[in-house]
Design a protein around this ligand. Structure first.
Ligand code: URA
Length: 207
C-alpha cells in the first residue's frame, strides 16, 4: 500500500493543537478542519485532470478540471469533522456516508449506516477518518466500497498506527493512505499512543 505522510510544518502545528489535552473542542475542530485541507490537498496530487476550452478576459485559453472527481465518504462519527473541508476543496464531488461504531470489548466495527451508490466501478473514493488505529473500521468501510466495485480508494486520516497500516496493507484491497503522522502504536485499549484521545469525543463531546 502506498503511504504518504504530510510532513509539513503547518500540518504539524495543527496536529500539535489536536494532540494537546488542553485544547478545547472548538479549537480541536478548527485544527482538524485545517489539517484535513492539507491532507486532502496532498491526496489530490494524483487525481487525473482534463483540459477544456475557456476564454479569459484577454484571450481563449485551455482550462483544467478534474477528469473524475472522487466520491467523498466520511466515516461517522469522527470523520464528520473532515467532511466540510474536503468538500470545499472538491466542490464537484458527491458525498456518501458510512456509520461505524467500535465494539468496546472486541474493538471490531459494527455498521449502523451505509449510504453509498450501488455501483462504484470507475469511481475514485476518498475515505475520511481521522484515526487509523487497529484498521478494523477502515477495513470494514473499504470492503463495503470494494463490494460495490470500487478499485481506487484513498484513505485520508490525521494519525495512523503501524498496526493499522499493516492490517490495511495485508488486506490486498486497492488502497492508498495519506496521513499527517504515523505514531508509535496502540495501547491495551486500542488507543493510538501518543495519539490525541478519542477523535469523536474531542470534537463532539463524550456520549
Ligand atoms: N479512535 C480514536 O478516536 N482514537 C484512537 O486513539 C484510536 C481510535
Amino acid at each position: 500500500m502506498d503511504v504518504l505522510v504530510v510532513d509539513h510544518p503547518l500540518a504539524q502545528t495543527r496536529l500539535t493543537a489536536m494532540r494537546n489535552a488542553d485544547t478545547d473542542s472548538g479549537v480541536f475542530r478548527a485544527a482538524l478542519h485545517e489539517l484535513t485541507t492539507m491532507v486532502v490537498y496532498e491526496a489530490a496530487r494524483s487525481f487525473a485532470v482534463e483540459q477544456y476550452p475557456i476564454t479569459t478576459p484577454v484571450a481563449p485559453a485551455q482550462g483544467t478540471r478534474l477528469a473524475n472527481p472522487p466520491l467523498i465518504v466520511p466515516v461517522l462519527r469522527a470523520g464528520l469533522g473532515m467532511a466540510d473541508s474536503a468538500l470545499a476543496l472538491l466542490p464537484e464531488s458527491s458525498m456518501g456516508f458510512v456509520g461505524l461504531a467500535r465494539d468496546e470489548h472486541t474493538f471490531e466495527p459494527r455498521a449502523y449506516m451505509e449510504s453509498l451508490p450501488g455501483d462504484l466501478s470507475g469511481q475514485p473514493v476518498l475515505v475520511l477518518d481521522p484515526m487509523l488505529a487497529t484498521g478494523g473500521s477502515l477495513l470494514h468501510c473499504c470492503q463495503l466500497l470494494a463490494d460495490r466495485g470500487c478499485t481506487d480508494v484513498i484513505v485520508c486520516c490525521v494519525l495512523a498506527a503501524p498496526e493499522g497500516i499493516e492490517r490495511l496493507s495485508r488486506s490486498g484491497l486497492p488502497l492508498r493512505l495519506v496521513t499527517a503522522a504515523i505514531d508509535q502504536g496502540l495501547n491495551e485499549k486500542a488507543y493510538i499512543v501518543p495519539g490525541l484521545g478519542d477523535a469523536g469525543d474531542r470534537q463532539f463531546g463524550g456520549m
